[in-house]
Design a protein around this ligand. Structure first.
Ligand code: KIV
Ligand code: NA
Length: 270
């Protein structure tokens, strides 16, 4: 099977009523990518890896080095899904030139197809600059976690009309700038639906609306592997419990000297 392309993903929206929603999950490692790849259209190497696998308090400290290393692992572990890498905080906001340098590095070092960056109207010029120079960009509007120090938390956005109007304007600006898709995170449902109806590119919702053109979740959240449970997460498995049980059984067997058992032992040749 050939790898999906960004134009093919983008074109799905043109199918209107019959369009299949885009299935997106985060992936940080090669093995995770291998397991998710057959079921997804896009794998997102999210900067959420800062909290989820490095125990950081937010995504703000995540570096370009980390994103490049995990991005390369996810590309190596997948052959079907489009792989998109988050641009970390501080790697793109200063200027379009800074963004190009960072994004080009990610694409060259990983083989990923495109990047994602946070921000609305303020980032439109940067998005247009990257797209004109061969770098597909997924935008990210609504709740933008890299701005946690300005927002003061991770609560839902767009609850009052002024903020909803601003997020709608952000979405239109990034679409106009040429993003191939946009993540809409943590907004009231009617706003996500209205943005989806208003923009020509696919919208990918997280804590948004089933009317978005696709959905994304952090894989560790849906697996029950990370301790947070925001309202928008649905747990499809309880892997934390499975890991705890396996470790407890192993510990008991080691202490009882019943592991390793007969099947795990090497014997001399007769
Ligand atoms: O970093 C991330 O995982 C994300 C998704 C939740 C959209 O940006
Ligand atoms: Na992110």
């Amino acid at each position: 099977m050939k790898r999906l392309t960004i134009p093919a993903l983008r074109a799905r929206k043109a199918d209107g009523e019959t369009a299949e929603p885009l299935v997106v999950l985060t992936a940080y490692t090669a093995r995770q990518a291998q397991l998710l790849d057959p079921h997804c259209d896009m794998l997102l190497v999210g900067d959420s890896l800062g909290q989820v696998i490095y125990g950081l308090p937010s995504s703000v400290p995540v570096t370009l080095d980390l994103m490049a290393a995990h991005g390369a692992a996810v590309v190596r572990g997948s052959y079907h899904s489009v792989v998109i890498i988050d641009m970390p905080f501080g790697s793109y906001e200063a200027s379009p030139a800074q963004a190009f340098e960072s994004a080009a590095r990610l694409l060259k070092e990983t083989g990923a197809a495109g990047v994602k960056l946070e921000g609305g109207a303020a980032m439109a010029g940067t998005i247009a600059f990257l797209v004109a120079r061969g770098i597909p960009v997924c935008a990210h509007v609504g709740l933008t976690p890299q701005a946690v120090n300005v927002l003061g938390g991770y609560g839902p956005r767009g609850r009052d009309a002024t903020e909803a109007d601003k997020i709608m304007a952000d979405a239109k600006a990034v679409a106009q700038a040429g993003c191939f898709a946009m993540v809409i995170e943590g907004v009231v449902e009617p706003l996500a639906a209205a943005i989806t109806a208003a923009v020509p590119c696919p919208t990918i919702g997280i804590g948004a609306s089933p009317l978005c053109d696709g959905q994304v979740l952090v894989t560790e959240d849906l697996l029950g592997l990370f301790e947070r449970t925001p309202r928008f997460v649905k747990r499809y498995a309880d892997i934390a419990a499975t890991i705890g049980e396996a470790a407890a059984t192993y510990a008991a067997e080691v202490r009882a000297r019943t592991f390793p058992g007969e099947d795990q032992l090497y014997r001399a040749k007769k």
